[in-house]
Ligand binder design. Sequence first.
Ligand SMILES: C[C@@](O)(CCOP(=O)(O)O)CC(=O)O
Ligand code: SF4
Length: 393
Amino acid sequence: MYLERDEERILSGECGVDLQKAMEILVTLGKIYDARRLIPVKSAQIAGVSYKTIGDAGLEWVKSIDAEVAVPSILNPMGMDREEWEQMGISRDFYRKQMEILDAYRRMGIRLECTCTPYYLPGGAPSFGDHLAWSESSAVSFANSVLGARTNRESGISALAAALIGKTPCYGYHLDENRIPSIAIRVPFSLSGSDFGALGYVVGDVIGDRVAIFELEKSPAPSDDELKALGAALAATGAVALYHVKGRTPEADLFEIPEDAIILEEKELHRVYEHAGIPDLIALGCPHLSMKELEIAAELLRGKRVKRELWLCISRHIRDARKDLVRIIEASGAKVISDTCMVVSPACDRFDCIMTDSGKALKYIPSMCGAKAVFGKFRRCIEVALGEADEAT
Ligand SMILES: C[C@@](O)(CCOP(=O)(O)O)CC(=O)O
Ligand code: SF4
C-alpha cells in the first residue's frame, strides 16, 4: 500500500507510540483488503464504549492512549444514562468504570455524545460522497444508504485508529465498484412503520453481506425513520452495510436491477410479529429515536399512565432539545433514557421479556440481555405499556 511521507513518519514512530499503533492498524487493514492508499475521513463514530461490552481489558486499553483525534469524532451508546444511572439500577462500581472510559475518550478530544444516530446531531449528518469511519452498524447503513456517504463497517478499534490519524484505508464501500447491488428484493405488498424493521430482519438473514436493491412495489416512499429501521435490522441479522431503495435512496437509480432476485411473501414478514409474549419491559429507540418518533410517543402517552416499564432511548441532544416532550412522556411514568440503549446497558439484564418495535433489537436482545424478545408496531408497544392491549400477540 502506498503511504505518503507524513504517513511513513507516523508509522515509523516519529509522532509517538499511540499514533504509530493507530497507523499500524490502518496499514494492516489496508493490506488485508488490498487498499492502494489511505483517504481522509470527515468524521469518526466509535463503538466499544459500554463497560458491559468492553470490560476491564477495553477500559485499560482506552486509558493507555495519549493522543488526540484528528477529525470530529463521537461515541456509540455507553452502558448507562450519565445522569439517571441510579434510577436505571446501575451499580456504583459500573458507574465508576463507565465514567473512566468516558473520561479516557474525552482526553482524546472526542465529543462525549453517545449515540447511534449521529446524523441527527447539528452538523452530524454527512454529505453525499463524504468518506467516514463509523462503526455502529445501523449508523453505517444509514450513512451509506440513505445519505450516500461512504464508510466501511468499522470496529471500535479501527474507527478510533481512523479518528486519531484522520484517514482510513480506501477499500470496500469507499469504492464505486463495491456499491453496485448484486441482488434485487421485490416486495409486492404494502409496508409501513416497523414492517421495515421486520423486512430487514428477514432479508438480512438471507443476503449476508451483499448489496441489495429493494423494489417496494406497493409502498409509498419510506420515511427516513423507516429506512433507519430497515438498515439497522439488515445489519443485525446480516452483515449489510449498504442497500438501495429504487426511486428513494440517492444512488439507487445509478444502477441496473440485478438479475438475481428474491420476491418476498407477506407471510414471511408476519412471522416476525409472531415473536410474542408478556413483556416486563417495553423498549423503543433502537436505533435511537428521531425527534419525530419522540413527538409521536409523547402524543400517545399524553395524560395517561403506563402500567408496565417503558423506556424510550434517544440521544442526549434530542432529549435536551425537546424537554417539553420529555416532560409529557415522563409524566406518564415512562422513562426517557439517553447515552445508552436496551442492548448495551446491563440495566436490561434484569428483565425476562422485552418488547420492541426494532428488528435489530429483536435479534440482539436474547443474546445480549438474556431475555426473550417480542416484536410489535411502535403504537402497539405503547398500548401494551399503557395496558390498553393486554398482551403482545
Ligand atoms: C450492537 C451495537 O449496536 C452496539 C454494541 O456495540 P458496542 O458495545 O458499542 O461495540 C453494535 C453494532 O451493531 O454495530
Ligand atoms: S440502540 Fe440499537 S442501534 Fe443503537 S447502539 Fe443500541 S443496539 Fe445499536
